[in-house]
Design a protein around this ligand. Sequence first.
Ligand code: FAD
Length: 424
Amino acid sequence: MLPVVIVGGGLAGLNCARVLHKNNVPFLLFEAGHECGGRVTTEFVDNYRLDVGFQVLHTAYPEAKHALHFPSLHLQKFYPGAQIFKNGKWNLLADPWRKPLSAPATLAARIGTLKDRMLLAHLSSDVSRGSIESLFARQDISTRRRLEEFGFSSDFIESFFKPFYRGVFLDPDLNTSRRMFDFMFRMFGAGEVAIPAKGMMMIPLQLRLALPRHALIFDTPVVQVHPDQVRLADGRVVGARAVVVAVDGPSASSLLGLPAMKTRSTTTLHFATNKPPLSRAIIALDGEGTGPVNHLAVPSLASPEYAPKACHLIACNCIEPAAQVPDEALLGQVLAQMTRWFGKEVQTWHLLRIHRVRHALPSQPPGWLEPADRPALLPSQVFVAGDYRATASIDGALRSGRLAAEAVMLSGFRRNLPQARPQS
Ligand SMILES: Cc1cc2nc3c(=O)[nH]c(=O)nc-3n(C[C@H](O)[C@H](O)[C@H](O)COP(=O)(O)OP(=O)(O)OC[C@H]3O[C@@H](n4cnc5c(N)ncnc54)[C@H](O)[C@@H]3O)c2cc1C
């Protein structure tokens, strides 16, 4: 029996493979790189684990709960809140329900007003009501307008929401769809923010290890796609029962002739230090909007395995326009800003790597997410998956992969694929 061919071994392709494999549908997955994981990857440098671009897993992600086995990832949690640097001082905004002892500090923070704190609770209950589909069915506007219409003060939007959601969407101006914002706000409220103890790469690795090795073919870009075959870069043609293109948005545009997609970039500077600049695993934000660092974390405070013994790893994350600044100049700007934040100790930080991720996330303006899932089968009879088809996140990528596998199987039933009922 011809296999289903999956193009791309990111989370979308891997989850598509997982669902097909579980349903005894033979598949072959072609990945251009030499490892699975796509944008979720971890690099080892001097015994530090550097996630290529700081990212986190939300334990409330509905699809991830289903596709992944959380206990084996040994998830290490971040503090529920953020600390914000503004007017030369640090301010703590913590979730008062999960960290009641932090309430006095949160109330005293010089960010926004008392009304803003109360609105946060209303917003949380607003986005938690009903199904996720019902959230997406609401009228779509920009995140900024959503927050303004909800009544938040401009100080709170600028000093808290803007840097916080810049870190999530990599969007400098809160122009991202309110559907994406509502989804993420719901995730923050419903669960924990975590990283696997041994790095984000453990997520794709877990999926990969559950798949038959012979079906995963690395270092093999696909250059042409048809409904019943693909052409590899070395000229070989591989026949397929169905083809699922599970690549990133820009690659999908060129492989499938889809319209060009705007993407968001990010730059992460990882430093090694003996003394962590924060006292807990919390996200630190630029509440002044000066940049270039928008958000900073010390992953080794969440998981000591990110750094050698007695050492710590700092991830300084910049969004656009840092991508245009050459390494040396960017490093100088980052160190100057970090010295304002943490003082002279910054001079002891040792730069490990600068990672620039050009197509980190698709841009997701209003209208980007549709109330219902987009069909995984294109009019060209090729199946598609990838985060650009859903919420641009780990969860969206996993979801799109499952939906593509289910669509293949449903169409395959008409073409005598195994008659198992799709089970994800
Ligand atoms: C810096 C950064 C921070 C992020 N932060 C978060 C976060 O905190 N939380 C969160 O939920 N999400 C976050 N994300 C988003 C999340 O990582 C992505 O949405 C998700 O990993 C995308 O998975 P994917 O499978 O759709 O695409 P990809 O991971 O891009 O996988 C596509 C794969 O296709 C392969 N490919 C491309 N072209 C071809 C070809 N022609 N032939 C064969 N293979 C090909 C690529 O090599 C790649 O492996 C972040 C992303 C980045 C980059």
